[in-house]
Design a protein around this ligand. Sequence first.
Ligand SMILES: Nc1ncnc2c1ncn2[C@@H]1O[C@H](COP(=O)(O)OP(=O)(O)OP(=O)(O)O)[C@@H](O)[C@H]1O
Length: 243
Amino acid sequence: MLQLNQLSRRRAGRPAVQNLSLALSSGQVLGLLGVNGAGKSTTLSMIAGALRPDSGSIELNGEDFLERPGLARRLIGWLPERAPLWPELTVSEHLDAHGQLRGLRGAALKQAGSAIIERLELQPLARRLAGVLSQGQRQRLGLACALLHRPALLVLDEPANALDPVQVAALRALIREQSAAGTAVILSTHLLTEVTAVCDRVAILHEGMLRHDGAVHSDDHANLERTFFEIAMNGNTLPARAA
Ligand SMILES: Nc1ncnc2c1ncn2[C@@H]1O[C@H](COP(=O)(O)OP(=O)(O)OP(=O)(O)O)[C@@H](O)[C@H]1O
């Protein structure tokens, strides 16, 4: 459902992502790994439509996404690295605003808001101002905003950031549930355990380039760690395994 073709983007005069090609099918969960500055957030921002590539193309369900920016709003749910929230709006008001931006109105908007508040157990926070939420609570609100309109593709930039162990377990369950319902998920993380826990594929970026793309299994931790460190230390390209 998602195809990246030779994407490149420079930032501050340097290549941040170079000739990146990747494909993702419905229901697949892809973990994006890489050391600090490897290009993960730049890649996810381009997929979410927030940053335009200098060259290359992105296809969503076979359509050229860069030519049709409305597609992103409809099909993609994005949790950026720092969820942008309005401090003076409550949790419920955030959900209303996000829903309206995505074309939800009236009963459909109300129903979507109630469903996501219930699913993410946000009821106790619904009337609280975003400005007084803890970091983990802000992250959960960001996740709720990303999921509200039932996107076909979820783009999550370090979604486990600031979450306590209970919430990390809840996040894993949520990602599995989304995947089982056919939603494609791409997430960046620094935690190899997150990748082996929820991803069925892993891509490793180094200096903006794709160095590894392969299947991953829950008992693969040692292999994944070895691959990650070899790439991080040497910039080696390891042979990718079939996804
Ligand atoms: N807003 C920005 N302005 C200029 N350069 C940027 C900006 N954001 C990122 N960069 C640069 O782009 C490159 C890739 O950064 P990016 O944030 O995509 O990496 P990352 O893998 O997400 O890193 P981290 O793990 O630290 O979040 C880096 O060299 C970084 O300095």
